[in-house]
Design a protein around this ligand. Structure first.
Ligand SMILES: NC(=O)c1ccc[n+]([C@@H]2O[C@H](COP(=O)([O-])OP(=O)(O)OC[C@H]3O[C@@H](n4cnc5c(N)ncnc54)[C@H](O)[C@@H]3O)[C@@H](O)[C@H]2O)c1
Length: 322
């Protein structure tokens, strides 16, 4: 199959491309390199089944493809808040362009949506039926509302133009190739621990998150794309950890001598986040398989290799970590 991956040079996109290329597909990676890196897909450059196109999805493009994994959009608050208007354009105009392309060439499009569509949820864990509690005018709104509009567009193209769509609501995903400076909690803690600086925990660290390892996420996305269910479907790891537990785990695995420093909570920071993945389990026969301790080990090793810091990762035996 000929498959387009928008945002393919990014964190999840590049792991997805690794899988698709390994499965023998013809893959086009389209990226404007805002948060993606050519290095992430370097191993495929020159491969006869791989093409890399530098392109901004807010501009239309004509391509012949069978499937589109539409991932292009900065995912971390630091990057999507840097130019919020651009973030909205990417989510709205970019998604319109990709749905227009899907309509023209009769391709199936999978939209990488997000758990942020649930905002600061009043329902726990979040099922796909929950409509969310989102601030329309906050600093996270460009991303949260942008993705909500992207979902709306996907379903309107489906109803109005028979475009085959799949909508994945992705929850926190982590793993090798995350950017060091993206402000996400896993990368923050790993970088801080490797540098030997205090790990920053916002509030008391009692807010919870779930963490899905990237290979599990890629597996879920591929199953959703090739299955018969439109979605939206939650993809994430339902194991819930407090931020403080995560900090303590990384601290033990990397550098037990580092301190933990507490700072005030940023605006609109959700208190709890945990997917209900019943639908994914039933409809896609999917659930995460990589325990946090194993995923963290791979992630720490990747960050360590990139930062040039030598030393080994300590095995961890700590409360709350599978
Ligand atoms: N990582 C997570 O935890 C997570 C959680 C929920 C949803 N998602 C979604 O998954 C997708 C991939 O996330 P990621 O973590 O790999 O992020 P990422 O920032 O690593 O990847 C996004 C990619 O899109 C590219 N991009 C951004 N704007 C573009 C534009 N206008 N035109 C072309 N390319 C553009 C970037 O350069 C980058 O390569 C995103 O849509 C994100 O919203 C991710």
């Amino acid at each position: 199959m000929r498959i387009l991956v928008t945002g393919g040079a990014g964190f999840i996109g590049s792991h997805l491309i690794d899988r698709l290329m390994t499965e023998g597909h013809d893959v086009i990676c389209l990226d404007n390199f805002y948060t993606g890196r050519k290095h992430n897909v370097l191993r495929w450059i020159g491969h006869p089944y791989f093409e890399l196109i530098r392109h901004d999805i807010t501009e239309p493009i004509r391509l012949e493809v069978d499937q589109i994994y539409h991932l292009a959009c900065p995912a971390s608050p630091v990057h999507y808040q840097y130019n919020p208007v651009k973030t909205i354009k990417t989510n709205v105009i970019g998604t319109l362009n990709m749905l227009g392309l899907a309509k023209r060439v009769k391709a199936r499009l999978l939209l990488a949506s997000t758990s942020e569509v649930y905002g600061d949820p009043e329902v726990h864990p979040q099922t796909e039926e929950y409509w969310g509690n989102v601030n329309t005018i906050g600093i996270r709104s460009c991303y949260d509302e942008g993705k909500r509009v992207a979902e709306t567009l996907a379903f309107d193209y489906h109803r109005q133009n028979d475009v085959e769509v799949r909508v994945a609501r992705i929850f926190n995903t982590y793993g090798p190739r995350m950017l060091e400076n993206d402000g996400r909690v896993v990368s923050n803690f790993v970088v801080q621990a490797l540098k030997g600086t205090p790990l920053t925990v916002y509030g008391a660290g009692s807010q919870t998150r779930s963490f899905c390892y990237v290979s599990d996420m890629v597996d879920g996305l591929i199953r959703l794309m090739n299955g018969s269910h439109t979605g939206p479907i939650n993809l994430g790891n339902p194991e819930e950890y407090t931020i403080l537990e995560l900090a303590q785990t990384v601290q033990k695995m990397v550098n037990p001598d580092t301190d933990i420093r507490f700072e005030p909570l940023p605006q609109d920071d959700p208190r709890r986040r945990k997917p209900d993945i019943t639908k994914a389990q039933k409809l896609l026969s999917w659930q995460p398989t990589i325990p946090l301790s194993e995923g963290l080990r791979h992630t720490i090793e990747d960050f360590r290799a990139r930062s040039g810091i030598s030393g080994s990762t300590h095995p961890v035996d700590c409360v709350g970590v599978d």
